[in-house]
Design a protein around this ligand. Structure first.
Ligand SMILES: Nc1ncnc2c1ncn2[C@@H]1O[C@H](COP(=O)(O)OP(=O)(O)OP(=O)(O)O)[C@@H](O)[C@H]1O
Length: 247
């Protein structure tokens, strides 16, 4: 099994003195290549902070992040930015498409910025599987939320990144569009070998993943393989239970 990314004992502290918050407090995790991993945990448990650290979007105060042999924590801001652009893909809750560009131009943007030629077969496959063929010349404002998010997913995958990070990717979608998107992410991992890490609050969304990693108080406290929504809910209930409640 190849490990695409790993975090060792991450510590992230926001603020100072009395108001300091340890958003990550010894978080360790390994992300196997070609798998779909969901990150869950109570509000404030450090999910977004962990994802930002793994993706080199933010620095940490302790510990190490390794991305396919590169120590992200040893890179300066400029090198991290380059690494993100060349080796990672991102999907956010708010789609983040460029309004003035067509769907096709938005999808190609990572390649345009990197000065790389598109692999036509790959782009066609993404566009076809995501059902975007009839929408390529539309601008984001002319697309539904589900279509906009599918464009964002195509853009995240177009350069075949080592890992795609998705932060609540279905948060702004109705359940049908959300399920279609999650089914595609699962397909991208299983059939296209894409490594995907998704932060979510939704046990149903997490159930599309191969594995769920649970965070509490800035640490990885549990893991679940081949999750069902019910099993995820049961683990979450344990994490949400007040300490000493015996649950
Ligand atoms: N920029 C910041 N400045 C100060 N504190 C922060 C900052 N970002 C996050 N925190 C704090 O760090 C902790 C972890 O935040 P984080 O956003 O990673 O949690 P989360 O699990 O993603 O939460 P949620 O599910 O509510 O989105 C929280 O206590 C939060 O208030």
């Amino acid at each position: 099994m190849t490990i695409a990314a790993e975090a060792h004992d991450l510590v992230k502290i926001y603020g100072r003195g009395d108001t300091a918050v340890r958003a990550l407090d010894g978080a360790s995790v390994a992300i196997p290549a070609g798998t779909f991993t969901a990150v869950m945990g109570p509000s404030g448990s450090g999910k977004s902070t962990l994802m930002h650290a793994l993706a080199g979007l933010d620095t940490v105060d302790g510990g190490r992040v390794l991305l396919g042999g590169t120590d992200l924590t040893a890179l300066d801001e400029r090198r991290r930015t380059l690494l993100r652009r060349e080796r990672l893909g991102f999907v956010f809750q708010s789609f983040n498409l460029v309004p003035a560009l067509t769907a096709a131009e938005n999808i190609s943007l990572p390649l345009t910025l990197a000065g790389r030629a598109a692999d036509r077969d790959w782009v066609d496959r993404l566009v076809g599987t995501l059902g975007l063929a009839g929408r390529l010349h539309h601008r984001p404002a002319e697309l539904s939320g589900g279509q906009q998010q599918r464009v964002a997913v195509a853009r995240a995958l177009v350069a075949r990144p080592e890992i795609v990070f998705a932060d609540e990717p279905t948060g702004n979608l109705d359940s049908r569009s959300g399920d279609a998107l999650l089914a595609f992410l699962r397909h991208a991992a299983h059939d296209l070998g894409q490594t995907i890490v998704m932060v979510t609050h939704d046990p149903r969304a997490a159930a599309f993943a191969d594995r769920v990693v649970f965070l509490a108080d800035g640490r990885v406290v549990d893991e679940l393989d081949d999750p069902s929504a019910d099993a995820v809910l049961a683990r979450m209930a344990r994490l949400d239970a007040p300490a000493g409640s015996g649950r």
